[in-house]
Design a protein around this ligand. Structure first.
Ligand SMILES: Cc1ncc(COP(=O)(O)O)c(C=O)c1O
Length: 407
């Protein structure tokens, strides 16, 4: 069981009073989570006491910074059931997917090869494949969702998979909160020798992701949605895949030798970590992982599921509100997308903000999914570990008031 009061006390921002005098109620966790004090402290401590560049100089501070960067790598990779050599630091899930596209796919896929993605992908898992298609002539197949249940059409997936070389699927939809059957997807793909990338940006804050047992070729992970800082994430991949990759960004840190005739590159993950590393961010992410390790991810999932399904059920009762997704499904994450039939989503978000409720509005970087749903945008309330049923009750009352008054 989670002690939510104690958890909330770790997050200074949750005590914030907004300029209009309302207490902040933060329901925009699928965009980014809040950060506990220990993460803020770990980053400040780096800047206050041992700020230095890593893997360069020999002085004390440089040694401390280098050790902290590598300790964080061990801690984070271990959290995800991987080894440090499986982990490449990136700026987030977006860069991790681009790294697969430019570093692996560009060197291993050819004209006419097929990449399977889905209609529910975030733009981060669509645009890199469209760009690769322009450059290399690969074919991108989109698997549709079922418009009534909102789940991925697995029959269509099976058909699309035929002859595919790479499958790129989101673990959990950032809009619908629906978790895809990634274990089946990985198994089916592996059976035909097809490589698999799972975008875990939304999955990692809600369940234990294990690189080893999942068996996907690539996992893209973002720190900032799981209590870590912005600007950092990673790609987890096997040594075999790393050996098939070519450099993505070139410059300092990733080279063995540079002469006026040309350059040679480091082996392993070092080839893909170019320039000054994200040292403070890695340290902050390490602290976030350590903070998360005091809980069972299953407890976090159950807590979030309880409040998201309560929110979904109550929202469904409000005349004019339509929900996209199935928040009461046991596997769903805490994202609840909704619209009011008469109130514009932007207006609704502003009216919710007046009550202190922070929700996301827009296409959520998932325009093909918006097209499939037949809407230009949705409102989205997304919950995490520190949200409470009382906050949701207040939200429902405020939403009811808005709908009665303006709907
Ligand atoms: C499903 C999904 N994939 C990728 C991303 C991009 O992640 P990042 O912000 O780490 O680049 C997001 C962010 O919202 C997301 O929800």
């Amino acid at each position: 069981m989670l002690d939510i009061d104690a958890i909330r006390a770790d997050f200074p921002i949750l005590g914030r009073v907004l300029p209009n005098g309302k207490n902040l109620v933060y329901f925009d966790n699928a965009a980014t989570s809040q950060k506990p004090q220990c993460v803020i402290d770990a980053m400040s401590n780096f800047y206050e006491n041992y700020n230095s560049n890593a893997h360069r100089a020999n002085h004390t501070l440089a040694d401390e910074a280098s050790s902290a960067l590598e300790n964080a790598r061990s801690q984070i990779s271990n959290f995800f059931g991987a080894k440090p050599e499986n982990m490449i630091y990136t700026s987030g899930a977006t860069e991790a997917i681009n790294l697969v596209s430019y570093g692996w796919a560009k060197n291993n896929l050819h004209n006419g090869d097929v990449i399977v993605i889905t209609e529910m992908e975030h733009h981060a898992d669509i645009v890199p494949w469209q760009e690769l298609s322009k450059e290399k002539g690969v074919e991108v197949r989109y698997v549709p969702i079922n418009n009534e249940t909102f789940v991925l059409d697995m029959e269509a997936f099976e058909i699309a998979l035929e002859g595919a070389k790479l499958v790129c699927v989101t673990h959990t939809s950032n809009v619908l909160g629906i978790r895809n059957p990634i274990e089946d997807i990985i198994k089916m793909s592996k059976k035909i020798g097809c490589k698999v990338l799972i975008d875990c940006a939304q999955g990692a804050p809600h369940e234990k992701i294990n690189f080893e047992t999942l068996g996907a070729d690539f996992l893209a992970i973002s720190a900032h949605k799981m209590a870590g800082p912005t600007g950092i994430g990673c790609l987890l991949t096997s040594i075999e895949r790393i050996q098939e990759m070519g450099p993505f960004m070139t410059g300092g840190s990733m080279i063995k030798k540079v002469t006026t005739d040309g350059s040679t590159f480091k082996d392993g993950h070092a080839m893909f970590e170019t320039g000054t590393p994200r040292i403070a961010e890695a340290i902050g992410w390490g602290a976030a992982v350590e903070w998360l390790e005091q809980f069972k991810m299953e407890d976090i999932h159950n807590h979030v599921h309880e409040i998201a399904s309560f929110a979904g059920n109550e929202m469904k009762k409000i005349p004019g509100i339509k929900i996209f997704g199935d928040p009461s499904n046991k596997d769903s994450s805490g994202a609840v997308s909704f619209l009011h039939e008469n109130i514009q989503s932007q207006d609704l978000a502003l009216l919710l903000d007046q009550g202190g409720y922070a929700v996301r509005t827009g296409h959520h970087c998932a325009q093909p999914l918006m097209d499939a749903l037949g809407v230009p945008s949705t409102n989205r309330a997304s919950f995490w570990i520190y949200n409470t049923k009382e906050e949701v009750e207040g939200f429902i009352n405020h939403l009811k008031y808005i709908c009665e008054r303006f709907g």
